[in-house]
Structure formats: structure tokens, C-alpha cells
Design a protein around this ligand. Structure first.
Ligand SMILES: *[C@@H]1O[C@H](CO)[C@@H](O)[C@H](O)[C@H]1NC(C)=O
Length: 241
């Protein structure tokens, strides 16, 4: 293998470039205020926890003819019903969902520091955004962030047969940019999808964004580099040069 520098950086989106978890918390807070106004004496935190659990366990099949909006309205409907044991009505569930969705999208932002980093990196590297998730949800986030122009290509897992960590979606990325795996690094916060996927695909290096400072467990892949914030990426790039 020739030992030349890398030319492409593959970035995960959620909790790598943007604080999706923080935006999610802000959205839940907003819905809990709405619910407090509508439902007296109800256990609102129970409802919100149930919604978050349903979201986490969600499996969405676009070929079912359902929309993600419909599925998530139903998460709220069930969460309220399970906590309250009464029919909450479709309109309350719908209000909760659209409040959650709008608040989350509004709270999602590229920090000025991350924006500056990406602007800087794209002078020297091709940047590709590779995000898992259903098409509508991820495209809405990318639009809210107005970040598409920063990347040479944007690849959304839900628009392909297999998502990260499957190798074919990485191969698709390499082909889009006309590069080899060894020309690329993969940067992301998930060991199971980003780091395992980059490893499967044979990228030059994997970079794990480890915000919490814990250690990978024994049964996961070992990242080549670990940094606590994407803002530390330049140090890794210097090291690879
Ligand atoms: C509300 O629900 C949560 C979670 O189910 C439970 O831990 C808590 O005790 C409940 N609070 C009240 C006031 O019932």
C-alpha cells in the first residue's frame, strides 16, 4: 500500500458534528410543558420517558406505506395512553409530536467552532456526510443545518439497502468520490456503526468521538484514534500526515 496522505474525511452527523442528544432533551422539555398545561395531575415525565424509549426502539420500514411522522405521532399517542390509561385523542398526540419535532430541529445547530473547522478542512480534504436513519428525518436535519454545501456528497443510510456498519454503503461513498478506502478516514461517535463500519470497509483510520470519556467494551471494535470532540480532529490529521 502506498503511503500517501488521506484525501477524504467521512463524517457521521448526529452527536458527532451536532448535539442531537441535547436538541432532543430541549424538545422533550418543551413537550412536557405543553402536556402540563393540558393534563392536570398526570405523570408527565413517565409519558416523556415512554416516548423516548419508543423512539429508541423504533424500527421504521418506509415500504410499509407509513410515514415517519405518522409512526412518531403514534409513539406519543401510546406513551400518553399507557401512562394515563385513557384515550388521549389524536390531536394531543399530534401536537406533542410536532412540538417535539419543531423544537428539536430548531435546537439543532452547527456550532461556530465546528462550522469553522469544516470550512477549514474542506480546503484540504473532500468531506462526505454519511448518516444513518430514515430519509425524511435525516434530510430535514440537514436542511435545518443548511450544511449540505460543506460536503462533496451526502449519503443517508435509509436511502440504501443497508446502513452503517455494512460495507456496501461505504463502497458507495468511495465510488461517489472516486477514491479508495485507504484514502479515507471515518469520524463518528458510534463504535457499532461508524467505527465498526469504517473498519469493515478498510478505511485508513477510524476516529471515535468519545464525549463521555469511557472505554470501549471488550466486544467492540477498537478505534485507531479517540478524541473527546470533533474539534480535536486536526491533531489526528497532523499525526496521519
Ligand atoms: C412517574 O413515573 C415515573 C416513571 O414511571 C415514576 O418513577 C414516578 O414515581 C412517577 N411519579 C409519580 C408522582 O407518580
Amino acid at each position: 500500500m502506498e503511503n500517501r496522505g488521506i484525501s477524504v474525511i467521512l463524517f457521521d452527523l448526529d452527536n458527532t458534528l451536532v448535539d442531537t442528544a441535547g436538541a432532543g432533551k430541549a424538545a422533550i422539555h418543551k413537550v412536557s410543558e405543553l402536556l402540563k398545561n393540558k393534563l392536570d395531575h398526570a405523570n408527565i415525565s413517565d409519558m416523556c420517558e415512554r416516548f423516548v424509549r419508543k423512539l429508541f426502539e423504533e424500527t421504521f420500514d418506509p415500504s410499509s406505506g407509513q410515514t415517519i411522522d405518522r409512526v412518531r405521532i403514534n409513539h406519543w399517542y401510546e406513551a400518553i395512553q399507557e401512562a394515563e390509561v385513557v384515550d388521549p385523542g389524536q390531536s394531543l398526540a399530534s401536537d406533542c409530536y410536532y412540538t417535539w419535532k419543531t423544537t428539536r430541529l430548531q435546537a439543532l445547530a452547527l456550532s461556530p467552532e465546528v462550522l469553522a473547522l469544516l470550512e477549514d478542512l474542506r480546503c484540504s480534504y473532500k468531506l462526505l456526510l454519511l448518516t444513518n436513519g430514515d430519509s425524511q428525518t435525516q434530510r430535514e436535519k440537514i436542511e435545518a443545518l443548511r450544511c449540505e454545501g460543506l460536503f462533496s456528497a451526502v449519503v443517508v443510510g435509509g436511502e440504501h439497502d443497508e446502513q452503517k456498519p455494512a460495507a456496501p454503503i461505504f463502497t458507495h461513498c468511495f465510488e461517489l468520490l472516486g477514491v479508495k478506502p485507504e484514502d479515507c478516514i471515518m469520524v463518528g461517535d458510534s463504535l457499532d456503526t461508524d467505527i465498526q463500519g469504517g473498519y469493515n470497509a478498510g478505511v485508513r483510520a477510524t476516529v471515535w468521538i468519545n464525549k463521555r470519556g469511557g472505554f470501549p467494551s471488550d466486544n467492540t471494535v477498537t478505534p485507531d484514534y479517540t478524541i473527546s470532540s470533533v474539534l480535536d480532529l486536526p491533531k489526528v490529521l497532523d499525526n496521519l500526515r
